[in-house]
Write a protein that binds this ligand. Structure first.
Ligand code: G
Ligand code: G
Ligand code: NA
Ligand code: MN
Length: 254
């Protein structure tokens, strides 16, 4: 109960922050984008991780304004980095189910792109397979409307959901994000290794780009590179960082 009432005040008190985790292109070795991940800095509770408040925010109807804050902040930050000469970076934001169903979503994306002046192709929206399950026809329409704005669409945690593969050819998706649980064991477990190689092939056969999440070791990176994975994200390069630290990493790395 305490967390709920505190959460209701968190936006107006400006207690949320975004951390950014780099996404590296395996061919060039450069940071080409970043995933924005929300944190809540409560004056007494301390740093509250998203696992502890995102589902609460969904339940009490706060995820739509919080999600709008995330998208706006991420786009403004990306535009500021681009203006500072950091390159044509892409920022990815996570979308929750409630946001996906919200009537304001498309207008909100357009408004935030207008306000920030960010190219639509520098924004990526991360969706999970569960978002598509309740109404596939509606989901297909929404995704096409999002694509019409020009943003990139990715499927987060790919491989862990229950949906059939048929949606992949029906939905205008750009990127598959291979779930961390498969990547963790690629150098130890032959079936996870085979799964990851298969997901990379599947993505490429469908003309999608593929990014591996949760890469922590050189050996995992070697495997992904040998199998033609396009990009990687994980502690091997960096954990998610506050904006200032991310900017330092960018300057040093790229
Ligand atoms: O950053 P961390 O590993 O603690 O994130 C844990 C979970 O919280 C991840 O599943 C991530 O997708 C989710 N998450 C992080 N930021 C956001 C956000 O802005 N919106 C939503 N809906 N989920 C987020
Ligand atoms: O569900 P989603 O993929 O959006 O969540 C990303 C989560 O994974 C964040 O909480 C982030 O902190 C975490 N994460 C990112 N890279 C790594 C990694 O290399 N190892 C582990 N264990 N977690 C990671
Ligand atoms: Na994500
Ligand atoms: Mn993920």
């Amino acid at each position: 109960v305490r967390i709920e009432s505190a959460l209701r005040k968190a936006l107006e008190r400006d207690e949320f922050v975004l951390h950014y985790q780099p996404q590296v292109d395996l061919a060039s070795g450069k940071i080409v984008g970043m995933e924005a991940l929300i944190r809540w800095q409560h004056p007494e509770l301390g740093m509250v991780p998203p696992m502890r408040f995102i589902s609460v925010a969904e339940d009490i109807g706060l995820i739509v304004p919080i999600g709008a804050w995330v998208m706006r902040t991420a786009c403004l930050q990306n535009r500021a980095w681009q203006d500072a000469g950091m390159g044509h970076l892409r920022v990815a934001v996570n979308l929750s189910a409630r946001q996906f169903g919200s009537p304001d979503l498309l207008d909100n994306i357009s408004a935030v792109l207008d306000e920030s002046g960010l190219d639509a192709n520098c924004l990526e929206i991360e969706l999970t397979e569960s978002l598509f399950m309740s109404d596939v026809t509606l989901a297909v329409e929404l995704l096409h409307n999002m694509k019409a704005i020009g943003v990139n669409l990715s499927i987060d945690d790919f491989g862990t959901g229950y949906s059939s593969l048929s949606y992949l050819s029906r939905f205008p998706i750009d990127v598959l994000k291979i779930d961390r649980s498969f990547v963790t064991n690629i150098t130890r477990d032959a079936s996870d290794a085979a799964l990851v190689a298969s997901i990379i092939n599947l993505a490429h056969n469908l003309k999608l780009s593929v990014i591996a999440e949760g890469v922590e070791t050189e050996e995992q990176l070697d495997y992904l590179r040998r199998h033609g994975c396009d990009e990687m994200q994980g502690y091997y390069v960096s954990r998610p960082l506050p904006a200032l630290e991310f900017e330092l990493l960018l300057r040093e790395h790229n």
